[in-house]
Write a protein that binds this ligand. Structure first.
Ligand code: GRF
Length: 204
């Protein structure tokens, strides 16, 4: 069976990447292959994890470019050279160029640590904690031209407990990120997602 080729974009520790790799290894995500991991900075946990798994890695260090458009061009070319059917933003800390978003329309998936449309942007968990919500959570969505505003595939809610600090809440959210990311990618791979405007229908 031929597998769907995905490229993962990373900036940090790589726990979402690890969750996908484990799901592939265990057969829960048998139809997916992560053909390359692209990091926007050197020496991330995600890069180490990918190398350990024998995955092609490229670092496109945002600090090494004179302008945003130079970085964008290099990132797009790094992605395009792997010809992915699916692009995964797993804690990727850069805003995508309009060109990349257009080229990967409905094929670029992001995981965000809040119940969107609440708390888009950086540190979704911290924003939710400081706001004082009683329910926090995470969202897997397609990327559009806005900030964390694309069609929602799956969401999961978690309670905010009285004894929580930000780290405890983030850890509870992260467990759910791993679960719904894996599930959303599996649905994509199996052709079960139909986008109708802002709505993503999950087919039987
Ligand atoms: C996750 O919380 C993700 O939602 C956020 O960045 C974090 C990445 O974690 N945007 P990891 O690198 O996958 O461990």
């Amino acid at each position: 069976m031929s597998k769907l080729a995905a490229v993962a974009l990373v900036s940090g520790r790589g726990s979402n990447l690890a969750a996908l790799l484990e799901a592939i290894r265990s057969g829960r995500l048998a139809g997916l292959q992560i053909v390359a991991v692209i990091a926007d900075r050197p020496q991330t946990g995600a890069e180490a994890l990918a190398r350990h798994a024998g995955i092609d890695v490229q670092v496109v260090d945002f600090r090494g470019f004179a302008s945003r458009s130079d970085f964008d061009r290099e990132l797009l070319s790094a992605v395009e050279s792997r010809r992915p059917a699916l692009l995964l933003a797993l804690g990727f800390m850069r805003i995508f160029s309009a060109e990349l978003v257009e080229r990967y329309k409905h094929r670029l998936i992001n995981i965000h640590p809040s119940l969107l449309p609440a708390f888009p942007g950086m540190h979704g968990q911290r924003q939710a904690f400081e706001y004082g919500v009683k329910l926090a959570g995470c969202t897997v969505h397609f990327v559009d031209q806005g900030l964390d505003s694309g069609p929602i595939i799956l969401q999961a809610a978690v309670p905010v407990n009285e004894t929580d600090d930000e780290a405890a809440l983030a850890a509870r959210i992260l467990t759910e990120e791993h679960r719904i990311l894996t599930e959303a990618v599996d649905l994509f791979v199996r052709g079960k997602l139909r986008i109708e405007g802002r709505r993503v229908r999950i087919l039987e």
